[in-house]
Design a protein around this ligand. Structure first.
Ligand SMILES: Cc1cc2nc3c(=O)[nH]c(=O)nc-3n(C[C@H](O)[C@H](O)[C@H](O)COP(=O)(O)OP(=O)(O)OC[C@H]3O[C@@H](n4cnc5c(N)ncnc54)[C@H](O)[C@@H]3O)c2cc1C
Length: 391
């Protein structure tokens, strides 16, 4: 039998869970499907924590999304009595030279400019001030710091679980262990085939994360578009190192940080306070992969390389013993931007996996995408993320 929900959400990770929750309880029949049982460890949304910050150095157009997301996390925390967002403060360290990040040529300067333009509370610090406040950082003296008190981290697995629970409470149907096989369009509209059946929904929202390129492969031209961005999936590794004095790295004494210590690509890493299982650090990886065949084992050589390159001479009291690792997936558009767009006139709404910096915006993206599907009008906050081929 072919099901005919008003709204069908494909993929229930960061973007899909948020979208499902906001689409639910508004009079429409809403179904969400996922091939696994989110939150899970196969995609892009696991590993304990994600950085959030208000001054988005990637561009001012992202600021309304993260501001709204912070409000939505707080609302959800109250409603479901869970802890989702910790404003432990965030420090961005620059090296005094232009450092590229997420498609932005001078990430530090751009962050400061966005903070000033949006009236975001922050402090600019020199190396002496940084060292006095956080002696955990071992500095050269040339560093410049941007500190934002409202920055911090969000718990991705807890966010997904809370949003799915809330969606269910509002009447959404959630089908886990159901896999999308194909989508097509005929004279009767969209036809979605899964390994359990078929759907003719009013609206389809595609939140497949790293699996999106399998349905929108490079060179594929969705109807109504001139072309689609060639999305690239890469393997990312998260590392947890034990601190000699764990209390000195706890969230009341240590911020999240992004540290671009040199001007070249690869000369930067980011990290989090110790949430009980070590200090998590990572750097952007560039190894392309197939999400169904990504090597999940992290080698000793990888651990040693990460520790020697980034940690050994920069974070005091963290030894080389790695207590935990996890592999995760980035799905990046060529310019590291987001791709949130409708295919054709009334085709699927595509919500891309957002190029390795999407989680902090996911609550607001879900809210706006749900509104778009329910009301038919593209919310202004999403307009900057439509795909423009010549960009
Ligand atoms: C290591 C790492 C660190 C990051 N750090 C940050 C950070 O600090 N701050 C930040 O803001 N962002 C960060 N990001 C980015 C952020 O986590 C992602 O942008 C976001 O989680 C992507 O969510 P998603 O919903 O697109 O993908 P996912 O959460 O992976 O969801 C996709 C879902 O689709 C399902 N699916 C796939 N194929 C099918 C199918 N055929 N049928 C049914 N279901 C299917 C999957 O099972 C999955 O549940 C990081 C990402 C990684 C990997």
């Amino acid at each position: 039998m072919t099901a005919t929900p008003d709204i069908l959400v494909l993929g229930l990770g960061a973007m899909g869970a948020a979208t499902l929750m906001h689409a639910s309880g508004r009079g429409a029949t809403v179904v969400g499907i996922d091939r696994f049982a989110p939150p899970h460890t196969h995609g892009s949304t696991h590993g304990e924590s994600r950085i959030t910050r208000l001054a988005i150095g990637e561009g001012p157009e992202y600021v309304p999304l993260v501001q709204r997301s912070h409000q939505l996390w707080r609302d959800l925390e109250q409603r479901r009595e869970v802890s989702l967002y910790e404003a432990c403060g965030g420090l961005i360290l620059g090296c005094g030279e232009a450092t590229p990040m997420h498609g932005q040529a001078h990430f530090f300067e751009s962050t400061v400019n966005v903070a000033a333009a949006h009236g975001i509370t922050h402090e600019l610090l020199d190396a002496t001030q940084i060292a006095t406040r956080w002696p955990q950082f071992q500095l050269t003296g040339a560093e410049q710091g941007y500190f934002e008190p409202e920055a911090g981290y969000v718990r991705p697995e807890a966010c997904i679980a809370a949003q799915l629970a809330e969606a269910k409470a509002r009447g959404a149907m959630i089908h886990t262990g159901e896999r999308l096989l194909s989508w097509s369009e005929d004279s009767r509209g969209l036809l979605i085939q899964t390994d359990r059946g078929s759907y003719r929904p009013g609206q389809v929202i595609v939140c497949l994360g790293a699996w999106l390129p399998k349905f929108v492969p490079p060179g594929f031209v969705p109807p109504g578009l001139v072309s689609a961005p060639a999305l690239r999936v890469t393997r990312q590794v998260l590392y947890w190192f034990a601190a000699d004095k764990p209390e000195s790295y706890q969230a009341n004494r240590f911020p999240i940080f992004i540290w671009n210590w040199g001007p070249k690509a690869g000369q930067g890493f980011y990290g989090f306070p110790d949430l009980g299982g070590g200090v998590k650090v990572a750097t952007d990886g560039h190894q392309p992969c197939d999400p169904d065949a990504v090597p999940r084992v992290v080698s000793e050589a990888e651990v040693t390389h990460l520790y020697d390159t980034h940690v050994r001479s920069r974070l005091r009291g963290l030894g080389p013993a790695c207590v935990r690792t996890a592999t995760c997936l980035y799905t990046e558009a060529p310019d590291a931007r987001f791709w949130i767009d409708r295919v054709g006139h009334n085709g699927p709404i595509i919500v891309s996996a957002c190029s390795g910096h999407g989680f902090k915006h996911s609550a607001a993206i879900g809210e706006s995408v749900a509104r778009w599907a329910l009301r038919g009008e593209l919310p202004a906050v999403l307009q900057p993320f439509a795909y423009v081929p010549e960009r």
